[in-house]
Design a protein around this ligand. Structure first.
Ligand code: FA5
Length: 373
């Protein structure tokens, strides 16, 4: 290996690379012949470039940023790239050594780039997954089960009360014959009392022969025609009238009818039954009254009122002793049988019991209202 004066090498190095100061050449490190670079400085420079590249990588934590600096780290114009272009300044052996060092440094930086890319991508993915996380094990509150409507609850409550008093429960159709709804109840055609009910007629059969029942009283007729006395029954159901909705009226509403047919039944039995019912349904703190009234199918007749917390009276239903004509219309002998009947509005009953101001609240289906009961 030929030897060059140390100053020669160092000064060339400084001149060509503008590199940092060296502590003077070491003779054994001098390579090549002619105006050559100083290999150890070159190797040092490669290491520095590699460290700088790796340090820069460590500061990157975004895949896009990484892509944009990749060229700066290993591209042609990177520090390592520039060093490569200066390999020609070394002799052959030095070129091989430095070239190898440069390749290894470039390979390590490239590997570090890939590693960093994987890390950054994994972190970004983990962050995205965390942000989009859907916890399938999360315990959701179960949808609340609904419950029976207040009117249905009222019917069930009343059925309990009356079954407890020895009554059975009967039902009839909502579409009725004129005969059951009116005539058999002592209201022949043209009877003025028919106008007490704003009737909806159904376009079926003879004109005016079929109605949406205006009350549950026609079920009395059906029961008396099919069951021999004694009869103790209640008949809950839906009824229809051409009434305009207001705080105490609906065009579709509910009633519960009661019928007792036996021997020797008097108004006293009716009054006692109603008193018993009032106590069972409303409790002892409610005042009820029977007020004289008129119904074509009972004689005498009365209205049943309940006193509301504000002191006002609310009419809940009609009642009375079954009219002999009604018994006759059903094939029963009024000399042998007598009875009483009542018909309560079962939408108004809970109105009074729970202090509800407006009947319409029960049918607008606002869940916040309904779920209170
Ligand atoms: C009748 O319907 C008779 N059938 C009751 C009866 C039965 C009397 C047996 C004698 C013997 P009235 O039309 O008054 O009666 O209605 C009875 C009750 O139904 C009323 O007191 C009231 O509580 C309720 N009611 C009447 N109309 C409406 C309406 N539009 N909306 C809500 N409730 C009503």
């Amino acid at each position: 290996m030929s030897r060059l004066p140390p100053q020669c090498c160092v000064s060339r190095w400084r001149a060509s690379a503008g590199a940092r100061e060296s502590e003077g050449p070491c003779e054994s490190a001098l390579v090549g012949s002619g105006p050559l670079l100083y290999l150890p400085l070159m190797i040092d420079e490669i290491k520095q470039a590699e460290h700088a590249a790796v340090a820069r990588l460590a500061a990157v934590d975004d895949v896009d940023d990484l892509a944009s600096i990749e060229n700066d780290l290993v591209g042609k114009r990177s520090e390592l790239g520039t060093l490569k272009s200066r390999l020609g300044g070394l002799d052959e052996e030095g070129r091989r050594a430095a070239g190898q060092a440069l390749n290894e440094a470039t390979r390590r930086v490239t590997a570090a780039i890939e590693e960093r890319r994987a890390e950054v991508a994994a972190r970004a993915r983990a962050e995205r997954i965390a942000a989009e996380r859907l916890d399938l094990t999360e315990v959701l509150t179960r949808p609340q089960r609904g419950h029976l409507h207040l009117v249905t609850q009222t019917h069930m409550h009343l059925e309990d009360v009356f079954v407890g008093l020895g009554f059975t429960v009967s039902e009839g159709p909502e579409v009725e014959t004129d005969w059951n709804n009116f005539t058999a109840l002592n209201m022949p055609p043209e009877h003025p009392a028919r106008s007490m009910w704003d009737t909806m007629f159904v376009d079926l059969g003879e004109p005016g022969s079929t109605v949406l029942r205006t009350h549950t009283s026609p079920v009395q007729i059906r029961v008396m025609q099919t069951q021999p006395p004694p009869i103790y029954t209640i008949m809950p159901g839906r009824v229809f009238r051409r009434d305009t909705a207001d705080a105490t009226h609906m065009p579709v509403f509910h009633q519960i009818e009661g019928l007792v047919i036996d021997r020797g039944i008097t108004f006293g039995d009716l009054s006692g039954t109603i008193e018993e019912f009032t106590r069972a349904y409303f409790g002892r703190d409610f005042n009820a009254r029977l007020r004289p009234s008129y119904f074509p199918f009972t004689e005498p007749s009365a209205e049943y009122d309940i006193q509301r917390p504000d002191g006002s009276w609310l009419e809940l239903g009609g009642c009375g002793v079954v009219h002999p004509n009604v018994l006759r219309n059903c094939g029963l002998d009024p000399e042998e049988w007598s009875g009483f009947a009542f018909g309560f509005g079962t939408d108004r009953l809970p109105l009074a019991r729970h202090g509800i101001d407006d009947l319409r609240e029960m049918f607008t289906n606002d869940i916040r209202f309904l779920e209170q009961f």
